[in-house]
Design a binder for this molecule. Structure first.
Ligand code: B12
Length: 214
């Protein structure tokens, strides 16, 4: 298996068949040829987007999408021995959540994994985290940053409320708040308009912004 394009096609084919063993074999082999960042940004991310297009076009079912998404989540863990091996700086902590009714967690998980590669220690809470629990976790862990993610424009008003409530609850102890996900790719100005400090296109850019705000 040589080019990344060939890996991507084989991977997509295998997730659509629901063939977890084939997916794992593809990832294990690709690890030898490509670094982790490349595998995330040029394999897992584009395949998820392709799954979305197939789903939107009614060419695969919701069940097919769920299967593909869960296999990719498992495939990502094949890289965790290397990904979580690097030493972390104690002052670089991030709590990450999909707040309230947001169920698109995989993008945030990918973002957290890529931030680990940048040397940050992430506390990934996943989907649909209630506001009160989020505030409690922030009080307990006192992270440098809070990362919030949404995939749906219709969730932006609620996200704005969540950010305002976090700021109100934590006052001067509020961490840097960054937001990400599809709507912010389309319009980066949305981030500050809903009360966040910034958005970033990828983990490297987010890490650079966080360093600058230290
Ligand atoms: C998988 C999936 C689901 C799964 C999610 C499972 C899971 N465990 O995450 C489920 C089945 C739950 C789901 C549900 C729905 N979904 Co959906 N879903 C998708 C799909 C196919 C893939 C999402 C994904 O994994 N993307 C890949 C990741 C890698 O991309 P990403 O999220 O953008 O993340 C990257 C960056 O944005 C960034 N990032 C992410 N978070 C953060 C945070 C910070 C701080 C920073 C800096 C960066 C950052 O890093 C990531 C890596 O680069 C997309 C298609 C797509 N094009 O994305 C549709 C999609 C997002 N869903 C869609 C829809 C409509 C829905 C539903 C409303 C469907 C329904 N009628 O029920 C529900 C809503 C559920 C809810 N309440 O949230 C639409 C949204 C259209 C729109 N513009 O409104 C899409 C685009 C599909 C489509 N083409 O129609 N979905």
């Amino acid at each position: 298996m040589s080019t990344l394009d060939a890996v991507r096609r084989a991977y997509l084919d295998a997730v659509l068949r629901g063939d977890r063993r084939a997916v794992f074999a593809i990832v294990d082999e690709a690890r030898g040829a490509f670094d982790i960042r490349t595998l995330y940004e040029q394999l897992f991310v584009p395949v998820q987007r392709e799954i979305g297009e197939l789903w939107q076009a009614n060419r695969i079912t919701v069940a097919d999408e769920h299967l593909a998404t869960s296999i990719t989540q498992a495939a990502m863990t094949r890289l965790y021995d290397e990904l979580f091996a690097a030493a972390k700086r104690h002052d670089c902590t991030i709590v990450a959540a999909c707040a309230d009714n947001e169920r698109h967690e995989l993008g945030l998980r990918m973002f957290c994994d890529l931030m680990e590669l940048e040397g940050w220690d992430t506390c990934y809470l996943g989907a649909t985290v209630p506001l009160e629990s989020l505030v409690a976790t922030l009080r307990q862990r006192r992270p440098r940053a809070l990362a919030l993610s949404t995939s749906l424009p219709s969730h932006l008003p609620r996200l704005q409320t969540v950010i305002a409530e976090v700021r109100q609850a934590l006052g001067d102890d509020t961490p840097v708040i960054m937001v990400g996900g599809r709507p912010f790719f389309d319009d980066p100005t949305l981030a500050t308009r809903i009360g966040a400090d910034f958005t970033a296109t990828d983990a490297r850019a987010a890490a650079a912004r966080l360093e600058a705000s230290a």
